[in-house]
Design a protein. Structure first.
Length: 328
């Protein structure tokens, strides 16, 4: 079996199929216009490639076979049939190799989009289409996943690319989540809330909150803070703004500002947690949210804000961003 992406028809329906002998997750296919992908388990019988389509019907259940491709290679293409278990009807399958590297970009070129084309060609094919800009120009939506993300109409191309790549990364995760869910999952899946928390002449800060359930033992939540240079779109390290803000110092500041009851379970959890935080900037100061808490105590992860004035003594006065944080 050779790695590659193939496009064509299954019966009367258009499909795109990916094969990867080195990575099981790379063997999957999708119907045109549908969000869910179907996973495939490959076998060989002589020169015949057999791809077993498997779906989980409910949580906790093992995958069941819902279809089977029987394919042979013909001058680089794949020809054969698809059949559902227990039926006598077969559907004709005809798939041509798709040169993903030569597909034109339907989005502005960005580092993340180009990486995705090499790392996960099938996901690239799914997401390489025009996205939707909101009427006010402030949001960008990826239609297949339904996720949206902040957009700055007057941003530099580099910053627009950085924001597009953030949404692209979440869209990839959302589609993978949809594939992992069983058929009876209802409205579960991958949800994203992303907003601008601070915009200055040189800085852009955002906060991302993810709520997801992808068929595992429990739902997951995650918070990410971003501080970006408005010209380059690159992350601005916290140490470039406040060199003294080590991980240990951030934890001390967090514990000093947290409102948990000293006698509560959360107080013990927060004092014993690792010093990892989602950090973002806002008009009120520096927002800190713990990111190392296990699911069972994730409700303890309150966000606190450290006023900028409290941090001024340790600020980098030589930084080009100093005036954005401490205007005269």
């Amino acid at each position: 079996m050779r790695s590659g992406v193939y496009a064509g028809v299954l019966g009367a329906k258009e499909i795109t199929l990916g094969l990867n002998p080195r990575q099981a997750e790379g063997n999957r296919y999708f119907y045109a216009g549908q969000a869910n992908e179907l996973r495939l388990t490959p076998f060989h019988s002589g020169e015949t490639l057999i791809l077993q389509e498997e779906v989980r019907k409910s949580l906790g259940s093992a995958p069941v076979v819902t279809g089977c491709f029987t394919l042979v290679r013909a001058e680089g293409a794949l020809r054969g049939s698809w059949k559902a278990p227990g039926t006598s009807t077969t559907l004709k399958v005809s798939l041509e190799p798709l040169n993903v590297a030569r597909l034109p970009l339907k989005l502005p070129s960005s580092p993340g989009l180009l990486r995705l084309r090499g790392r996960d060609p099938l996901a690239f094919v799914r997401l390489n289409h025009a996205w939707v800009v909101s009427a006010d120009g402030q949001r960008l939506r990826e239609p297949l996943s339904g996720l949206d993300y902040p957009r700055l109409p007057q941003a530099t191309p580099a910053l627009q690319a950085a924001l597009q790549d953030r949404l692209l990364s979440h869209a990839v995760s959302a589609l993978a989540c949809a594939t992992d869910l069983p058929e009876n999952s209802g409205g579960e899946g991958y949800g994203l809330s992303a907003d601008v928390t601070l915009l200055t002449p040189r800085l852009l800060s955002l906060r991302e909150d993810i709520n997801s359930y992808c068929g595992g033992a429990h739902p997951d939540t995650a918070t990410t803070g971003l501080i970006l240079d408005r010209a380059s779109g690159r992350p601005v390290p916290l140490s470039a703004l406040w060199p003294s803000l080590t991980a240990a110092r951030l934890k001390a500041l967090y514990l000093g500002a947290a409102t948990s009851d000293p006698a509560s379970e959360c107080d013990d959890v927060l004092r014993e947690m690792q010093d990892r935080f989602a950090v973002s900037l806002g008009s009120g100061g520096l927002s800190l949210t713990p990111t190392s808490l296990p699911h069972v105590v994730s409700a303890c992860a309150e966000s606190v804000v450290i006023p900028l004035g409290q941090l001024r003594r340790g600020a980098n006065t030589a930084s080009r961003y100093f005036a954005d944080l401490y205007p005269r």
